[in-house]
Design a protein around this ligand. Sequence first.
Ligand code: ZN
Length: 734
Amino acid sequence: MYAEVHLPIAVNQTFSYLIPKNLENEIKKGSLVRLPFANRSSIGYIEKIIDNKSYKGDVKAIDSIVSNIIVNMPDLKKLIDWMHHYYLTPKGLVVKNILSFLFKKNQTVPKKQKIIRITKKGVNAFNEKRIKGTSRIKILEKIYLKKDFIKISDLKKYISISSASIETLIRDKYIHLKEIEFDYNPLEDVEIGENIKNLTLSEKQNQIFKKLKQKIDNDCFSVNLIHGITGSGKTEIYIKLVEDLLKEKKTALILVPEIVLTPETARRFKLYFQDKVGIWNSSMTYAEKRWTWENLLNQNLKIIIGTRSSIFLPIKNLSTIIVDEEHDNSYKQMEGMPTYNARDIAIIRAKNLNIPAIMGSATPSIESYYNSASGKYNFFELMERYGSATYPEVKLVNMFEEKKENQIFSRNLLENIENRLKNKEQIILLHNRRGYASILQCLGCGYIFTSSKTSAPLTYHRTYNQLLCHHTEERYNIPKKCVKCDRMELKLKGVGTEQIEDKLNKFFPRAKILRFDADSTSKKNAYKIILKDFENHKADILIGTQMVSKGFDFHNVTLVGVLNADIGLFSPDFRSGERIFQLLYQVCGRAGRGTKPGKAIIQSFNISDPYIQSSSIMDTKKYYNILLEDRLSTNYPPFSKIIRVLLKGKNLIKMKKQMEHIKKNIKDHDFEILGPVLAPIEKINNLYRLHIIIKTKKPLDFQNFYLNNKSLKNIFDNLKDIKYQFDVDPLSLL
Ligand SMILES: [Zn+2]
């Protein structure tokens, strides 16, 4: 018997392998197997099993079976086929992406840990005071009343323990010692507080809950969008839904956009469902992932809260998928292939399983909004805040009217900060640019320093005292003179979060300030500490990049300030307006979530921009009308589907030739093609970036064409020294 196998490489073909006799019964269509490929060991995905090999030469044999998880979960198999088709991605790459956990190399073997328990003999000896040695007595004292085993590592928190005294206690049969695997539950250190039994919903929440509950009970596919303003209590609806489905031994998957949101959301769910809650995100260690994976398979975990990759987890009895903040860009895989969007995968997976998908957002993506307006999705609105909280008052400040010394902080903002500090209330400030200064410029010739490998300007970071490329994170020492004209007068320009923190310290020397951006959270768990400290009011002001706009729920924050709303406004990307509205609207929503009323101040040099305007009056209807009109006139989504074909390589002439070749193969068909042109970011890591944009009227138009076009597929399979990427439904064209 032979197998046709997909390998995790970027080619659209299968390879033939021999199935050894002893594995013939186990290996099935969909099995993951270990096998030799190009002189090393690789993992392959069985496409089909055949009696005669298709390849004429000698074939190698499969070594062993890695997992039959896809065989046992037909919905994952369907998903692989769909992603291969929709995202134009070789199947081997799709499989590697969705089961990346099984592809991990150098898996660390979980360390054992020692646990001990006192024996009857030990109890008697202790009671009769027959134990010798102070250290041994101390150990028995600690475990004397415990009926269960206790970790030695836990005991060491209270007393010092030598291995000699443990050994002596074992020899005398006073204690039992066992070795068990470490508990790698990533939520072990999450403090959950008192269990909550009852959750009361408002009338409006209850109406939505009842309708959604019916959808889950019906076991029927549907897409449901909750458009709920920030702080309206969407999470309470999710919790109530989960509470209900747990009664029927069903399970739920809840997607959140950011790693930083997983522990907080998990904590809120744990208050109700304790150990049934698990998390999944890319900051977890291999051991933590393995723990979660195993507890998912044996169904100890019933609720998974995770970031985008958790959409692929092998969850049994899945009865609903909830996508919170569905508009968030973090759901999109932008690097490599497939360039999937977990929100869209959620809908496909729900369809395959015949269950409802539930999405929530205060600023739904234009696609979801349009699908709701056209009746494709069920639409629910939640337009008042939960509990006694009210919506913040928003003020737009024209920065042209400010004096020179108020170019960063307007007088209005300074007064308001002062006032909140006096009242012991907290403040969130958004400045969507990390580092200290955005550019380093020569005062002589005006040259702006760029990375040697990338066309983008370098940012000065004081934390490292170096220039950084924000596309590759590579670092450069500060140059002494201009590379163009040799002059020594160089100036840092443009303000980043590090500098804002500095300036803020000068204005408010007694205020405690925390910075929340990619640099301050680069160490594992650093973000947890910052958020916890801010939650516990160990700081007054949280200043950060777009990270501060995410769904946090700090009840003592009564002021939000946006220092420069214009960042990104002139980006050459058709989604820039949408992005700015979402960011401003979301960050303003962080104010006034408790009992005290909130205020938001947006500073801008473009106060008449329609997206800044509509966010400052919190008018979502107006915003969607402007956006839809804009997209209709330019024929961009949701009025068309777009696919970006990106080539990356060192030889631009060769790339252009290949791209023309590709374009010629597509042109005769009914697609609108823009380009080829260099992408706005022309070069990253020494590789030029050349792209074309394909617009189609209907979804799958291009996919169906491509997968049936052998000569076109051949071009991509044989691009030498050029990398390619299909980005289906791109969120950025930079
Ligand atoms: Zn110069």
